[in-house]
Write a protein that binds this ligand. Structure first.
Ligand code: NAD
Length: 331
């Protein structure tokens, strides 16, 4: 395959690139990223000699597709931080909706064999904490935040390009990822880097709100399965069924580092904070034989240790985040 991987200098995109070049040495990988505050080439340092890196916006990718004769696009590029979307929603709609549209149009003009789009469980809105059901691929979209709404808009555009123009698309909607190389604004690295510096961990007031957690390597394996065997036009949920509250994440981090629970510090919820997401991932398990392999506690503890051992990666990034948790309460 000749792949264009967008958002490749970010968390999940970089893991996808790393595993792809290891498991498919015959592939050509063009890694494209606009290098926003959330992306850094340092994340791709270990595979730099195996890929072509292009510093560009997804809205300007047609020339790249032509120059490298790309046949498969995997679109990770996005503004991805819900908290930033409260303070600056416009940039989310620009990249996630209009940027995805521009990339779809470029893919249509060039005539790629596959456009795979990375989406999220968050497009469905939230579940009550005691709800017995999970979201299926047929659940209605009910996004509640600018990030969720912009990802929902992108999904609709991807499906429209399939139905209207016959673009061969697939979509995966995934649960909350964790693992190495995640920008230190997201909850697990945020807690871990704060704890490593002896700073308080900012835990939202509604600390029982839960997320479904998946190790990033299991997510990447699911994308590979969909690229290899997924049905064109289909959507696949990628989830583990393993749920944990934000407070539980804080407790695991503090336990692993041998630090006291007094480091937990309550901060106001961000507006529109979703209570819970849970995906029914029966389709990908039954049709494609995928299942998660990384145990939750083992994966979280490995990740905490990775941050403890890689200050050189996260220290230069820490102060690049444009948002401080709880900033909305002061505005
Ligand atoms: P990330 O913020 O770590 O990475 C996003 C990357 O996209 C960054 O490197 C950034 O520089 C790049 N980017 C942003 N705007 C761009 C643009 N206009 N053109 C080109 N590149 C641009 O995010 P992530 O956690 O790796 O998420 C990747 C994808 O997976 C996103 O689409 C996100 O919505 C989706 N997703 C994430 C999770 C999760 O838990 N992190 C869960 C489900 C789905």
């Amino acid at each position: 395959m000749r792949l264009l991987v967008t958002g490749a200098a970010g968390f999940i995109g970089s893991h996808f690139v790393r595993e792809r070049v290891r498991d498919h040495p015959e592939d050509t990988v063009v890694a494209l990223d606009a290098l926003t505050y959330a992306g850094t080439e340092a994340t791709l340092a270990d595979v730099r000699d195996r890929i072509t890196f292009v510093h560009a916006d997804i809205a300007d990718a047609e020339g790249v597709l032509r120059e490298h004769d790309v046949d498969v696009v995997v679109n990770f590029a996005a503004e991805s931080h819900n908290s930033l979307a409260v303070l600056d929603p416009g940039r989310f709609f620009r990249t996630n909706v209009l940027g995805t549209h521009a990339l779809l149009e470029a893919a249509r003009q060039v005539g790629v064999a596959r456009f795979h789009h990375i989406s999220t469980c968050e497009v469905y809105g939230d579940l009550a904490l005691d709800a017995e059901r999970a979201f299926t691929e047929e659940s209605p979209y009910r996004p509640r935040t600018p990030y969720n709404a912009s990802k929902a808009g992108a999904d609709h555009a991807v499906r429209a390009y399939h139905e209207t123009f016959g673009l061969p698309v697939t979509i995966t909607n995934c649960a909350n990822n964790y693992g190495s190389h995640q920008f230190p604004e997201k909850v697990l690295p945020l807690f871990t880097t704060h704890a490593l510096d002896g700073r308080p961990l900012p835990v939202y007031a509604s600390k029982d709100n839960r997320r479904e957690w998946i190790h990033v390597r299991d997510h990447v394996r699911a994308i590979d399965a969909v690229l290899d065997r997924g049905r064109i036009g289909e959507t696949y949920h990628v989830g583990t069924g393993v749920e944990a509250s934000v407070e539980r994440i804080a407790d695991l981090v503090l336990d692993e580092l041998g630090l006291p629970s007094s480091l937990k510090h309550e901060v106001p919820d961000r507006p529109g904070h979703d209570r819970r997401y849970l995906l029914d991932s029966t389709r990908i398990r039954r049709e494609l034989g995928w299942e998660p392999l990384v145990g939750f506690e083992e994966g979280v503890c490995d990740t905490v240790r990775w941050y403890a051992e890689h200050r050189d990666w996260w220290e230069p990034l820490r102060d690049r985040s444009p948002v401080v948790e709880g900033a909305w309460a002061r505005s």
